[in-house]
Design a binder for this molecule. Structure first.
Ligand SMILES: [Zn+2]
Length: 399
């Protein structure tokens, strides 16, 4: 490697080390003040304050979201996006470790300033609210927040170190059945049971489940199941998530799931109202050129990261980073902060997100991301390769 680039990467490592106590304190502060999606006011304030102190030019409330922001250092191309999440899970705190995602982005951004000073281009930290249960990046992608980026990176805490993580497409469905109330004992013949329609829907879906792809998922809850046991329920509502490997298979599966509801409505006589959520999580396409750079940089600081999982992943979720990967070259690596066996979205994982292991993982990831920014800014050929791969994958996916 060019000696100058090697020296610059060493500077970046030292920079993250010297900022590590401030970064760790910030990660713990956000962890101790968990805020659910779209209400991340404190986190947004603390993160943006950190960035303005570091000479980033700040714009808050972008895309009409009060807790979204954009902070820019340098100008022009290449423009590298470092994406930050900071929402918590209602009732569980930072059980997905998003307090570390944002401090990875901030740590990487301030360290990578040296690369901008040397080679030009820009770093753009984008604060993306409400990843959980809303999909902030889906809205932001539609509003063009990522369109001008040449690459986008976000590192997520996990129990493994993997660079190219698959994520499946996901669509929420809100379903209601409307029946007819009647006395459940003295006059049941006059009633139409909306709850039965919902229960039949679950049974239909369970029958369908044997014949879907192993990467697909269907899961739901009943949010209204009636008012009293002696009244035939005249209304029942449920929320469902339907997931599949890609957009095309999701469309196909959604139709099958819809048939489960429609047939349950026919069987019971209950009227169905069905609303697909307008926001759909797209599947994640990792840019492998970017992913390899990240793996190499992690290796250089002594952390082994798999490029991707060797087996077909079964423990797979969805992320709104998938929608970012459709508009620019993107990666969403996982950094291990807890031993295997601990599940994200659990109290144990929330504890790991403020543990010494978690905070050290955050610093490692910040270094590797900043070093990857160096690779992109210092070498036009590398950047070209990233862009070409992105164009190629979009062409294939749109065939
Ligand atoms: Zn998460």
């Amino acid at each position: 490697m060019d000696n100058n680039i090697e020296k610059l990467k060493q500077t970046i490592i030292r920079q993250v080390n010297s900022e590590s106590s401030r970064l760790k304190a910030l990660a713990v502060r956000i962890h101790d003040n968990p805020e659910p999606g779209l209400q991340e006011y404190k986190a947004c304030e603390w993160l943006t304050q950190f960035l303005t102190e570091q000479s980033f030019t700040l714009e808050r409330g972008i895309c009409d979201m009060p807790t979204a922001f954009r902070a820019v250092y340098g100008k022009g191309k290449p423009a590298v996006g470092l994406l930050a999440e900071y929402d918590a899970l209602p009732g569980l705190g930072h059980a997905c470790g998003h307090n570390l995602i944002c401090t990875i982005a901030i740590g990487a951004a301030i360290a990578a300033k040296a690369a901008v000073d040397r080679y030009g281009g820009s770093i753009i930290v984008i604060g993306t609210p409400a990843e959980e249960n809303y999909g902030g990046k889906i809205v932001m992608a539609r509003k063009g927040a990522f369109t001008n980026l040449d690459a986008a990176m976000l590192v997520h805490p996990d129990v493994v170190d993997i660079a190219a993580v698959p994520a499946i497409a996901c669509q929420q469905m809100n379903v209601e059945f409307f029946g007819k109330a009647a006395h459940a004992s003295s006059n049941p013949a006059a009633g139409i049971n909306a709850l039965d329609a919902m229960i039949l829907s679950f049974n239909n879906i369970n029958a369908l489940r044997q014949h879907i792809q192993s990467t697909a998922r269907i899961h739901g809850i009943i949010t209204d199941g009636g008012r009293a046991a002696n009244i035939v329920p005249d209304h029942c509502a449920g929320e469902f998530y339907v997931r599949a490997a890609d957009d095309a298979s999701l469309d196909e599966l959604l139709q099958k799931v819809l048939n489960c509801f429609i047939s349950a409505g026919l069987a019971t006589g209950a009227r169905i109202e069905y609303k697909p959520d307008p926001l759909r999580y797209a599947s994640m396409t990792s840019n492998m050129t970017l992913a390899r750079l990240y793996v190499d940089n992690m290796k250089a600081i002594g952390r082994e990261v798999s490029l991707f999982e060797s087996k077909i992943p079964l423990n797979v979720g969805s992320t709104d980073m998938g929608n970012v990967s459709q508009v620019t070259a993107a990666i969403h690596p996982m950094v291990a902060i807890a031993p295997k066996g601990i599940s994200p979205h659990s109290p144990e994982f929330a504890a790991a997100a403020a543990s010494e292991t978690g905070l050290n993982g955050m610093c490692d990831a910040a270094k590797a991301v900043a070093m990857t920014v160096v690779d992109l800014l210092c070498n036009a050929e590398t950047m070209k390769k990233v862009r070409e791969e992105f164009k190629q994958t979009r062409l294939q996916e749109n065939k």
